[in-house]
Design a protein around this ligand. Structure first.
Ligand code: FPP
Ligand code: MG
Length: 319
């Protein structure tokens, strides 16, 4: 069952890649940069969520409507727009194993290119929206993402922030987009609102998104794992993620050490206190388990449910 869905998903994602490749800008001097950004897609997990939740109801058994593929491409574009801005803010030299656009074209052009991708995301979503509630949901989620970033900014270099503060920031900046991806799938499949399917999409997406950001934050300290982007960015920028916050809770001396702004010392501390990373990993696995649990007894199609469970299990095994 799940194998069949996996094959369908692979084919649908190829269509999303093609759809992204068809994207054009009329701004001639930046056409190549725009092209390069859209062609250098990541694993497209958010697009996969749009597709799988479009297949979660009873309607979509065969070839997916172009609208869903377009919606999945647009969700990836929203994600990409946030990354382009994020890389300028972080002054990150690489992303997805390629030089970032601001290192080639400068910060101003990169910000405008991020804005252009964001505007196209809005234009595309407006052109396929089944109703105004759909647009409100998209726009409201963009507000949540920016809000999450602002919470993170207001907490920067604060060594007394709590895990609740961290959760608030990551649920806005990351989990909200995962939730939106799942909801976009069921909306584009024309499923009625306020159903068991909608509740599952919200729960699954939010929990997967929380796990995803915690794993990303753990990997930022894992110097041996190739993530296609720089390491130790968060601690260098004064962004205190879960392993650091757990360290603050356990040891007052660690707080003093972090205040010295020497990332190598923090890495050494984690090496000598492996339980901090292990406990962070366990939190990520718990979120993944909650995502999987949200599918139990839900109206999600059996083949799709099996595949979603496989995806969460695979992620949990890699943490
Ligand atoms: C990556 O997180 C960044 C995000 C999850 C969101 C970034 C959002 C903005 C900059 C808001 C404004 C942008 C738009 C277009 C609305 P990370 O820095 O933790 O991960 P990384 O290691 O991949 O950089
Ligand atoms: Mg970043």
């Amino acid at each position: 069952m799940a194998e069949g869905q996996e094959l369908l998903l692979r084919k649908d994602l190829e269509r999303v890649v093609n759809r992204l490749h068809q994207e054009r800008t009329h701004v001639a001097p930046y056409q190549e940069d725009y092209r390069r950004l859209l062609d250098n897609h990541g694993k497209m997990i958010r697009a996969a969520m749009v597709i799988l939740f479009a297949r979660a109801g009873s309607r979509n058994k065969g070839r997916l409507d172009n609208t869903v593929i377009t919606g999945a491409a647009a969700i990836e574009m929203l994600h990409l727009a946030t990354l382009v801005h994020d890389d300028v803010l972080d002054d990150a030299p690489i992303r997805r194993n390629k030089p970032t656009v601001h290192t080639i074209r400068g910060n101003k052009a990169a910000i405008y290119l991020g804005d252009l991708i964001l505007s196209r995301y809005m234009e595309i979503m407006a052109s396929i929206a089944p109703d105004t509630a759909f647009i409100r949901e998209q726009a409201g989620t963009v507000c949540e993402i920016v809000g999450g970033e602002l919470y993170q900014e207001s907490d920067r270099h604060h060594t007394h922030i709590t895990i609740d503060d961290y959760d608030r920031a990551i649920s806005g900046k990351t989990a909200a987009l995962f939730r939106l991806a799942c909801l976009t799938g069921i909306r584009l499949d024309g499923q009625p609102t306020d159903t068991g399917l909608e509740r599952t999409a919200r729960d699954f997406g939010s929990n997967l998104g929380m796990a995803f950001q915690i794993i990303d934050d753990i990997n930022d300290f894992d110097l041996d794992r190739d993530t296609g982007k720089p390491k130790l960015e968060d601690i260098r920028d004064g962004i205190y993620t879960l392993p650091v916050l757990l360290g603050f809770q356990k040891d007052e001396n660690f707080r003093t050490l972090v205040q010295q702004d020497d990332p190598d010392q923090v890495v050494d501390y984690f090496r000598s206190h492996p339980q901090l990373m292990e406990s962070s990993r366990q939190t990520a696995r718990d979120y993944l388990q909650q995502a999987a649990d949200s599918l139990e007894g839900s109206p999600v199609d059996k083949g799709v449910r099996d595949l979603l469970q496989r995806i969460t299990a695979k992620l949990a095994a890699q943490v």
